[in-house]
Write a protein that binds this ligand. Structure first.
Ligand SMILES: [Zn+2]
Ligand SMILES: [Zn+2]
Length: 240
């Protein structure tokens, strides 16, 4: 968490959320994705079973990925103490899937291969929404980096590796002034990762039984930070 990001200028709700994430030491893009998934799952749990538009999309092959199938059932359980809406939705998915699989099973091997490749993508609407939220957050953050407070907060912020690369790719594909702003942020981020790597190496060096008493809290925190770097910011508790 960086002290200089404590007062980021924000003009709307979206910017307030991005600022809050940075101020709390969270990856703002992971946060945007999680917020989107949470809202989508909550909506599905409440109204998905009676949503005609959704049912029509399901007839065209829309399904749920593994994490969001589980996510939907957990969300519904949490909100209504039942999993009936989940059952209604999964029944609709299964019915459609079963028809496709039966048809596929009686076709030739080449058609089966192509068909299987096609249905491997569950066309999960929650994933699609999260990907869109991710792109929006990336573009918004790059636009906000014209402000020096945002630029330094992005340089010091705990952005996960995957989203750092997404920001980098978007900046590299953007206009020249955006590329120039990004190079400053990137240099600061690489500096942050260098410090993290050194501390992590010290932690790893102290992992043997005879050296464990030498582990510092800073080294321990580097271990946790490295998991967040590769695994993304953990989902925050949302009790709304
Ligand atoms: Zn992230
Ligand atoms: Zn999904």
């Amino acid at each position: 968490m960086s002290a200089q990001s404590a007062r980021l200028p924000a003009r709307d709700f979206e910017e307030i959320r991005l600022a809050e994430a940075l101020e709390r030491g969270r990856c703002p893009i992971c946060d945007a994705r999680q917020e989107s998934s949470f809202a989508a799952l909550r909506g599905l749990a409440r109204e998905g079973a009676t949503d005609r538009g959704l049912r029509a999309e399901m007839d065209k092959g829309l399904s749920f990925c593994q994490p969001h199938s589980v996510g939907l059932s957990k969300m519904e359980l949490q909100q209504t103490s039942s999993q009936l809406a989940t059952a209604v939705l999964l029944d609709a998915v299964l019915r459609r899937r079963l028809a496709t699989l039966k048809k596929l099973s009686s076709s030739d091997a080449g058609t089966q291969g192509r068909g299987l490749a096609e249905i491997a993508d569950p066309k999960c609407p929650v994933c699609a929404g999260a990907a869109e939220a991710s792109r929006t957050a990336v573009n918004r953050l790059l636009a906000l980096s014209t402000d020096s407070a945002w630029s330094s907060a992005l340089g010091a912020g705990e952005i996960c590796l995957s989203d750092l690369l997404a920001l980098w790719a978007a900046a590299a594909g953007g206009p020249r002034d955006s590329q120039a702003r990004w190079s400053g942020i990137l240099a600061a981020q690489l500096g942050r990762l260098e410090v993290l790597q050194k501390t992590l190496a010290e932690y790893a060096h102290n992992s043997t039984v005879d050296r464990r008493h030498l582990i510092t809290s800073e080294q321990q925190e580097a271990g946790a930070a490295s998991i967040r770097l590769f695994g993304g910011t953990p989902d925050r508790d949302r009790n709304r």
